[in-house]
Ligand binder design. Structure first.
Ligand SMILES: [Zn+2]
Length: 193
């Protein structure tokens, strides 16, 4: 059942959960210190303890959690898209504008790895290099440090190892992900905005 306009659980969640991509998954602590999370709506606790919720709907970075009841009450209004859990060995690639799932499959060191184009500086013309990356949040990737990467001799706009916001761009007739903005993971606690 949809939640009423004055439902007590509303706290402006549309600012960060509208149109989000969620997966139903088992709760696992994100980091040693973070042994629990709370439902973004009702505050129900997720943890490994038997008295708490052991699974629910979470964003791809496991940062936002929604319990089953609240998920049912708000899913339509918030327009959530549910994708398979990107558990070990799987990656889910989502267009950050349309929220369209572009790819859900095996993550490997080969062809299926995410590629993001990074601009080279001081080249006179605009030159992009493909770089290996991994998703850390919707629209945010971490550029991977790959051995033998050209970055050693070229000056990249964003260096391998850093977090960047990405956007879809048309490069030589192909829709690709392009690194557009640097993000400092330390300042955003996992969900840079
Ligand atoms: Zn809840």
């Amino acid at each position: 059942m949809a939640a009423a306009k004055d439902d007590w659980r509303r706290q402006g969640q549309e600012a960060y959960l509208e149109g989000s991509v969620l997966s139903r998954k088992k709760f696992t602590p994100r980091r040693p210190a973070g042994d629990h999370e709370h439902c973004e709506f009702c505050g129900a606790k997720f943890s490994l303890a038997p008295e708490d919720l052991g699974s629910g709907y979470a964003t791809s970075d496991d940062y936002r959690w929604v319990c089953d009841g609240c998920f049912e009450d708000f899913r339509e209004e918030f327009g959530w898209r549910v994708v398979p859990e990107p558990s070990a060995g799987r990656s889910v690639v989502v267009d950050d504008v349309t929220k369209e799932v572009l790819h859900a499959g095996t993550r490997g060191p080969g062809a299926s790895a995410l590629q993001v184009y990074v601009r080279l500086l001081n080249e006179g013309t605009t030159v992009y290099r493909p770089a290996a990356a991994e998703w850390v949040a919707d629209g945010t990737v971490r550029l991977l440090v790959v051995e033998g990467t050209k970055e050693i001799e070229e000056e990249w706009e964003f260096s391998p190892g850093s977090w960047v916001k990405v956007g879809r761009r048309l490069l030589e007739g192909e829709q690709v992900w392009v690194a557009i903005e640097s993000l400092d993971p330390a300042s955003g606690e996992g969900t840079p905005t």
